[in-house]
Design a protein around this ligand. Structure first.
Ligand SMILES: Cc1cc2nc3c(=O)[nH]c(=O)nc-3n(C[C@H](O)[C@H](O)[C@H](O)COP(=O)(O)OP(=O)(O)OC[C@H]3O[C@@H](n4cnc5c(N)ncnc54)[C@H](O)[C@@H]3O)c2cc1C
Length: 436
């Protein structure tokens, strides 16, 4: 009996949409199912009162994002549509902001670090760069750092005022448990923070272009996926459908729930929650100098991990003369705050942000609270240990895509996973006997 569908992709985030694009290019017929009422997943943008608000991801790298740039070129987007942010990042230390974080100039001017910490950083980055080929973002399990955690690799000042604020604030990681190897591979690939770019028309630009290419059903949650003798069966809302191939392009913990027979690696991938409050302001605010973003170390403030002044990313993001600030919750409080009301979350983060962005409460016109129970993947030693087996497995009727595929906390990993899954399916006939 022939299957109802050729390929069913579960999840219309950037990984699922990019996988659909790659598989269609191979001649497959693809239908994407999305549980939410909109596409984009963690790369969604909201447009309200003239403000353009990125609810999840905020930027991409000029370098270190090769799969993303291949897709951008495929879609015919121009560089003007992905402008350079230009401004840098700052870190808060003892009452003031220090500029040039994550930038070579920071090594000279300090960027909030002591001379000893800067020397330690220069040695670490130099040593990593010399062994660049061993730090391949596609193979996070094979770096020279093995299973050492971030907190085991960097200490004191360097940990407290650079690695913890960057990984805690931007990825939600716990440095005592996150592996250092994948982080160093990512840092080496991406380079200086001043080279970051953003999509002029919102971080959902690529997702919108991809969704327009083929069949995407929104508001349709998939409840279960099982392999059969000739493919897979999925329960679409409450109706069973069969497909030759299913690509589960959802966060790993969701994939493991939908398909309990998933490989061990899928079960071991851990995600960290993230919580943001986006503040629409009646004027731009100034509190941390020319940087567009401020990282707040947990040793300075465990409640607020960072602030982004979105109107500094490029012109046109907010109506003339107005401002937009995004507040990110600290990892120590995020799990407790997730279940609080929007009002309580906004009140808490705004009260803590006032010292870095004076006048915030006064300038407020509205807030948007964004909760991600599965915010970003965190590479633990336990997950890394199962990855080689995952990569070696034979192609199956149930395949996977998502940023967690290479345990890299960024949209590049999601888009790269789409290329990897398409390559797996192009070189294989879907096996007659179902595997997990
Ligand atoms: C706060 C935050 C900031 C970030 N900042 C950056 C950044 O600046 N730069 C960067 O490169 N990356 C950033 N990222 C990471 C980036 O957003 C993700 O890596 C990327 O969007 C992941 O895409 P994905 O398709 O793998 O997953 P998702 O975007 O999570 O897509 C999965 C989709 O599956 C859907 N789904 C779930 N369950 C089901 C079901 N049962 N049936 C059907 N559909 C289902 C979901 O609704 C979702 O749309 C950030 C992430 C967060 C949370």
């Amino acid at each position: 009996m022939s299957a109802d569908l050729d390929v069913a992709v579960v999840g219309a985030g950037i990984a699922g949409l990019a996988a659909a694009h790659r598989l269609r290019a191979q001649g497959r017929s693809v239908h994407v199912f999305e549980a939410a009422d909109h596409i984009g997943g963690r790369m969604t943008s909201l447009r309200r009162d003239g403000y353009l608000m990125d609810t999840g991801a905020e930027m991409i790298g000029s370098s270190g994002y090769p799969a993303t740039w291949r897709l951008i070129r495929d879609l015919g987007l121009s560089d003007e549509e992905i402008p350079l942010i230009g401004a840098g990042l700052a870190v808060w230390r003892e009452g003031r902001a220090h500029q040039h974080v994550g930038d070579p100039r920071g090594l000279l001017v300090g960027a909030g670090l002591s001379a000893g910490a800067r020397l330690e950083l220069a040695k670490l980055l130099g040593g990593t760069a010399i062994r660049r080929r061993a730090y391949d973002p596609d193979s996070p399990e094979s770096t020279p750092q093995g299973s050492r955690t971030v907190a085991e690799v960097v200490h004191g000042d360097l940990h407290d005022y650079l690695f913890q604020p960057l990984t805690g604030g931007f990825y939600g990681w716990d440095t005592e448990r996150a592996s250092a190897g994948p982080l160093l591979s990512h840092m080496l690939a991406v380079g200086a923070t001043k080279t970051f770019r953003t999509y002029r028309d919102g971080m959902d630009t690529v997702a919108r272009a991809l969704a327009a290419q083929g069949e995407v059903s929104t508001g349709v949650p998939i409840r279960e996926v099982v392999t059969t003798g000739s493919g897979a069966r999925l329960v679409v809302d409450h109706t069973p459908l069969t497909a030759r191939t299913v690509v589960l392009a959802v966060p790993a913990p969701v994939a493991a729930c939908l398909h309990p027979a998933a490989p061990e690696f899928v079960h071991r991938c851990e995600f960290r929650p993230m919580l943001k409050v986006i503040c629409q302001l009646d004027r731009p605010l100034d509190g941390f100098g020319p940087a567009f973003g401020l990282a707040v170390p947990a040793v300075e403030n465990p409640v607020l991990a960072g602030i982004v002044c979105d109107e500094r990313k490029h012109v046109g993001r907010v109506p003339d003369g107005l401002g937009l600030a995004t507040l990110v919750a600290g990892q120590e409080v995020v799990t407790d705050l997730l279940d609080e009301s929007d009002d309580e979350i906004s009140r808490t983060l705004i009260a803590h942000a006032e010292q870095y962005l004076p006048g915030l409460a006064h300038a407020l016109r509205g807030t948007v609270v964004v909760r991600f129970r599965h915010g970003l993947p965190m590479p633990t030693a336990w997950a890394l240990a199962a990855r080689a087996e995952f990569v070696k497995r034979a192609p199956s009727a149930v395949e996977y895509a998502g940023d967690w595929y290479t345990l890299r906390p960024c949209s590049e990993a999601a888009i790269r996973s789409a290329e990897l899954v398409a390559a797996r399916l192009s070189t294989s006939e879907i096996p007659a006997g179902a595997r997990g």
